[in-house]
Design a protein around this ligand. Structure first.
Ligand code: PGA
Length: 243
């Protein structure tokens, strides 16, 4: 049994009835499969054979912050993982690098495994700024952390993340390998930590998973759109984390 993981980021999708169907159909994958539903549905995913994560946490424990959910609340419920710094949080909700740093610290403080998302936009890539962007996101996001065993990095080039409007594009395996190694070296330089797990995310689906899974530098994948379709996510689970 390998140590890879498959993350299903359900984003803002599904009614209660659809969530019930999803739970019924997904079966009993093991803990290497982690589902991130809308936080309102997390209680339905507790005590399953697989794990559950929260899509975002606030960087304060409690207080006058209407609409927010904190890491300590998620952890007290039995949630094991949180995403931090997803590109939709950064680009739609204006989350800054400094906020990602505070959220990562809170997540780690409350024993959540933190999946920290980084990646460049299309214009940044076109201007050959990928390394500059990663240096900034990682440099600020990972500043002054302890407890690094619970950090996982997800490389998610923003231009590869499906948004329902444009045809999806994915980097080649050589491109993913180059950036993954760049990230590992950078994390080592910033934190001294060797070999942090790195996932790839961005238009991962049932058709490209075999090829992506050939990359030995990766510790798994983060799946958005394809995770909404049971047959697609089941195929991805079968390939990446076979029982
Ligand atoms: P996608 O999303 O698989 O639909 O491209 C990935 C993500 O946003 O995490």
């Amino acid at each position: 049994m390998n140590n890879k993981i498959v993350i299903a980021n359900l984003k803002l999708n599904f009614t209660k009835q659809e969530i019930n169907e999803y739970i019924k159909n997904i079966g009993n994958p093991d803990k290497r499969f982690i589902v991130f539903p809308s936080s309102i549905y997390i209680p339905y995913f507790l005590d399953k054979s697989y794990s559950v994560g929260i899509q975002d946490v606030y960087f304060e424990d409690k207080g006058t912050f209407t609409g927010q959910v904190s890491a300590i609340q998620a952890s007290s419920l039995g949630v094991e993982y949180t995403l931090v710094g997803h590109s939709e949080r950064r680009h739609i909700f204006g989350e800054t690098d400094e906020e990602t740093n505070l959220k990562i610290k809170k997540g780690l403080e409350h024993n959540l495994k933190v999946v920290f998302c980084v990646g460049e936009t299309r214009p940044e890539r076109n201007e050959q700024q990928t390394e500059v962007v990663l240096d900034r996101q990682l440099g600020i996001g990972l500043k002054d952390l302890d407890n690094l065993e619970n950090i996982i990095i997800a490389y998610e080039p923003v231009w590869a993340i499906s948004n329902g409007n444009e045809p999806s594009l994915t980097p080649t395996n050589d491109e993913i390998k180059y950036v993954t190694e760049y990230i590992k070296n950078k994390v080592k330089e910033i934190t001294g930590s060797n070999d942090v797990p790195v996932l790839y995310g961005g238009s991962v689906n049932d058709a490209n998973i075999e090829e992506i899974n050939e990359l030995e530098c990766l510790s798994g994948v983060l799946v958005g759109g394809a995770s909404l379709k049971i047959e697609k996510i089941q195929k991805i689970i079968e390939v990446v984390v076979p029982q």
